[in-house]
Design a protein around this ligand. Sequence first.
Ligand code: HEC
Ligand code: HEC
Length: 348
Amino acid sequence: MRRDHDKEFGRLLIKLSNLIGLSALTTFLLLIIVVIFHLTSANTYLPDLSQVFQNDASDEVPKIIEDDEIWKAPDLASLPATPEGDQIRYGNELVKNTAQYLGPEGSVLHISNGMNCQNCHLDAGTKPFGNNYSLVASTYPKVRARSGVEEDVTRRVADCFERSLNGTAPDKDSKEMQAMVAYIQWVGKDVKKGEKVKGSGLMDIEMLDRAASPELGKAVYIQKCQVCHGEDGQGIKSADSSEYTYPPLWGEHSYNDGAGLYRISNFAKYVKANMPLGATYDKPQLTDEQAWDVAAYINTHPRPKKDISKDWPDISKKPFDNPFGPYTDSFPEQQHKYGPFKPILAAK
Ligand code: HEC
Ligand code: HEC
């Protein structure tokens, strides 16, 4: 009887120790999982936390986070070897080397001024704050105040041909137009409707309290721009003259006075994050003041004229720095061109 009892007790002990062993093992495994999770997730979660806790401590932390979140275009190498892939690749080629196909000596048509789309839409419209195409696919078609009508991507591309490239657009059914539109849509394909992306379009800069000064801008130009864009702003062509190595900034081969860059806010924002060549949004080379002043200087020079009598059918929607009246306010054209803009904005 006693033996049975002992046996029973023995079994109980064994069961108990098994149980303890098992739970110890489980605890141990759980610990390992927690440690591994902590290690791998530390990188992604800690910066967020540190941002919350040391708001003003250093501006390094938010910058790192912004870098992570900054919009990236899809990779051209990911395109399949299909007719659709070929069309998008051709569109990319046309945006990069527009003049070779559609410039004054273009191989397809002679319909534009010799500039490339890429001169203003850097890295073929993929550079953060380089006037990129990130939001085009998700925001067009849309009603634009400049024309007062709904514009699709084809119409928007045509606008840049007629203004920035001071020419005419290829037919909407042409292989070239369709390829450019397909490319531009593809660049923004991962952005959802209504989604805001960091790095889209142009970079915001501070408004000045004074008018932008062409005189101060001239000094900036001589010091920081002239070496590439030339003393006379005419740029420099490549050896075989098929394309500009450095595009013109004014004169008959430049954008016309109906173009986006003729508004000095657009020009200043473009230059701030992109010029002199090599500047980026996080490593700008000009102060905001220099950007405004050089914009004013460059846009005092003569350039081709566009018939803009049909622009801004609702004049109350004109941007503050549209240099052509009539306006709904009483500020003169001169002030709408150079500023000071704060009083104009305050009166809106
Ligand atoms: C001289 C500079 C310049 C050139 C060259 C140029 N563009 Fe533009 N483009 C601009 C500016 C500036 C804007 C923004 C204008 C604004 O918002 O008022 C713009 C806007 C656009 C947009 C709309 C972007 C958006 O998010 O709404 C598209 C699409 C576009 N351009 C396509 C092209 C194509 C295609 C070419 C070549 C055929 C081209 N552009 C050549 C300056 C240029
Ligand atoms: C080291 C040479 C270099 C310097 C310096 C330089 N740029 Fe540029 N700039 C370029 C090149 C190259 C492009 C065309 C970029 C491309 O096609 O990828 C360009 C394009 C531009 C454009 C858009 C295209 C056009 O011709 O309208 C503007 C505006 C511009 N630069 C303004 C400036 C200003 C203002 C400065 C001085 C603050 C400046 N750049 C300094 C090389 C330079």
